[in-house]
Design a protein around this ligand. Structure first.
Ligand SMILES: Nc1ncnc2c1ncn2[C@@H]1O[C@H](COP(=O)(O)OP(=O)(O)O)[C@@H](O)[C@H]1O
Ligand SMILES: [Mg+2]
Length: 213
């Protein structure tokens, strides 16, 4: 069982988008996947409801915005190859619990100066969590705008901060929004789209990182 938490204290950086697209990548590749929605707003839960209206094949989902998740994760995740925890980042007890439930943390950020500053709060909590257990973390640069200069500056800043970052970045693409609205992964909406390529590439990196066979 590999447990990945998708975390960022800041809202709207793409946590839920990344969580459901990675979870469905896992399902399409034959893994038993559990998505834990630890966000009281239940965005992943709503996605799953929308999805199940039309199709059957999906991940399992449980709603668990709980400060006790880390105590129950072994039991909840039992029998799954991959457990992905989507967080809201608001309630700090549930957020901390979600972090220490995981062995791997993906931090999606937008490539703006502001978002990089917002990172520090997430990283501080991660450092606290690391006093309990080893947790590997990687930054995922999401919503990369067509204006490449901004992105380059942000990537340089990340390099300065010395944080592990995925080689794959996700562009700002309407397909990500459309797919979510239809209860689909981007590669289901259009397998030939740029977004689909990005998610496939991210999935390969994640798979190797966490050591899924
Ligand atoms: N790469 C992207 N390109 C375009 N829109 C995106 C992208 N990633 C996320 N979004 C959109 O941005 C909004 C916030 O994303 P969401 O995944 O809900 O963030 P979070 O869970 O961190 O609050 C949603 O409307 C989502 O569809
Ligand atoms: Mg969300």
């Amino acid at each position: 069982m590999k447990v990945i938490c998708i975390a960022n204290r800041k809202g709207g950086t793409g946590k839920t988008t990344v969580a459901v697209n990675l979870a469905l990548s896992g399902v399409h590749n034959g893994y038993k996947v559990l998505l834990i929605d630890a966000d009281p707003q239940g965005s992943a839960f709503n996605f799953q409801e929308r999805r199940l209206e039309e199709r059957n094949a999906s991940f399992q989902l449980v709603m668990k915005p709980s400060k006790n998740l880390h105590k129950e994760i072994g039991q909840i995740g039992n029998g799954f190859d991959l457990v992905i925890i989507d967080t809201g980042g608001k309630d700090s007890k549930a957020f901390r619990s979600a972090l220490i439930s995981a062995d791997f943390v993906i931090i999606p950020i937008q490539p703006s100066q502001l978002d990089l500053w917002g990172l520090s709060s997430t990283l501080e909590i991660l450092e606290e969590a690391r006093t309990f257990k080893d947790i590997e973390a990687k930054i995922l640069v999401n919503m990369v705008p067509p204006r490449a200069k901004l992105t380059k500056e942000a990537l340089e800043l990340l390099e300065e901060l010395d944080l592990p970052t995925f080689n794959t970045t996700l562009g700002f693409r309407i397909a990500y929004k459309e797919a979510i609205a239809e209860g689909l992964a981007v590669f289901e909406l259009d397998p030939k789209s740029k977004a689909a390529n990005e998610i496939n590439s991210l999935w390969q990196e994640v798979k190797q990182w966490v050591g899924l066979d």
